[in-house]
Each structure stands twice: as C-alpha cells, then as structure tokens.
Design a protein around this ligand. Structure first.
Ligand code: CA
Ligand code: CA
Length: 218
C-alpha cells in the first residue's frame, strides 16, 4: 500500500493517532480544495451508522451519501462533524438516514474549512441488522501518495521544494505554459499534475524558464 493512499482507509484502524501518519488517507493538499473519500464494502447492507476514525485534524466531514449500482447518490447524513473544533483525533459517529441496501459510501470533506490534512484511518459501516464491516476498497478525490508512475522518482531538496503541493504555472523554453499542482521535484524532472486533464507530467528542469504560484485565478 502507498503511504497516505486512499487504500490506507480500508480495513480496521491501524494508526496510533493523533498525528500525520502514513497508515491513514491524506489528500494531496492540506486545504487546497474540498475532498471526498469513496469506500466500498464487501456486503450490501441497509446502513444504520458510520464510524469514521479521524486521526489528524478531524472535523471536516460535512456530508455522507450512499451510491447504488448506477452511481445514483442518496443522502445519508449532512451537517457538522461532531469532531469539529474537538480533540486532535477521535472516532466520529454518524447516525444515517434509512436507505436501500448499499455497499458504497461516499464521505465529503470540507478540507478548506478545517486547517491541515484531514486524515482518515478507517471507516466502519454498521447495518440495521447489527452487522459491522470495514471498507475493503477506497478511492479519493486526491491523495498525498506518490502517483504510481513516478513512485521511483526520488524527491530532492532544491529551489522548487517550497512550491511542492501548490498550484503553479510553469513557463517552458518553447513558450508553452503548463498549469498544475507540483507533486515532486526529482533530479532532472519536475512532476506535475496538469489542471487541464489531471494527467501526471514530467517537465525537464533544464527547459524551464519560470515557475510561479497561481493565486486563485489565472
Ligand atoms: Ca484541510
Ligand atoms: Ca488505516
């Protein structure tokens, strides 16, 4: 499993929080955008309660939905996370609206409203029939985990380090401009996730003219 990947939110809790621990899911940026975490369970059940193990900067959950086989969402809960402005880590318990049997639950996080990485270690689904399960698959809106294609790129500390995880615009030698989030700075390349199509790009450092932080608008 990749450190901080969404897969870290599957299974039983294994993070001794509070803390920024790689055994929990973390989004790409601390507060750059709102995020979601989609959890899949082995058995479809009528949901009754969700227990979310929030191990770093808890309190960002604002909405929980169930997805059916056609990706149609139904609202299970909406409101303020009970851990908002609370302890540095904890288990948030959400009583869910009744809904048809489901095996996919989506958490929405107002990451911009709760400073820092809002990390989630595990999510337990309790059903009306009393059964309990841990998620066995997870996907997320973003992750701090290294993207698989560049997992072997070693980060180096250099003049680009202050811009990591920031939205940037890069001007290349051939006058082309690339907008994206700076993921990593390797020996010869910068790794960027392009805004245009979310693809991960490698930019040759020797062909970069300028790099600037983007301040909200272009
Ligand atoms: Ca946040
Ligand atoms: Ca975990």
């Amino acid at each position: 499993m990749r450190a901080w990947g969404p897969e870290q939110a599957t299974g039983a809790p294994n993070s001794q929080g509070p803390g920024d621990l790689e055994s929990a899911w973390a989004s790409l940026t601390e507060d750059g955008r709102d995020e979601w975490l989609l959890l899949e369970y082995l058995n479809a059940v009528e949901p009754a309660q969700l227990r979310v193990f929030e191990t770093f900067n808890p309190g960002a959950v604002v909405k929980i939905t169930a997805l059916d086989a056609d990706d149609k969402e139904s609202l299970l809960w909406e409101g303020t996370d009970p851990l908002r402005n609370g302890p540095p880590a904890g288990v948030a318990e959400f009583a869910l609206n009744s809904a048809a049997a489901t095996q996919r639950i989506k958490l929405y996080l107002a990451s911009r409203e709760v400073a820092g990485w809002n990390e989630i270690d595990a999510v337990e689904l309790l059903a009306k029939d009393g059964s309990r399960q841990w998620a066995h698959l997870a996907r997320a809106s973003s992750t701090y985990a290294e993207p698989a294609p560049v997992a072997t790129t070693t980060r180096v500390a250099d003049e680009f380090s202050p811009y990591l995880d920031q939205p940037v615009v890069v001007l290349m030698e051939d006058s082309s401009k690339v907008h994206g989030v700076l993921l990593s700075s390797g020996k010869d390349f910068l790794i960027l996730r392009a805004d245009r199509n979310s693809r991960v790009l490698m930019l040759n450092k020797s062909k970069i003219l300028t790099l600037e932080i983007v301040g909200g608008r272009d």
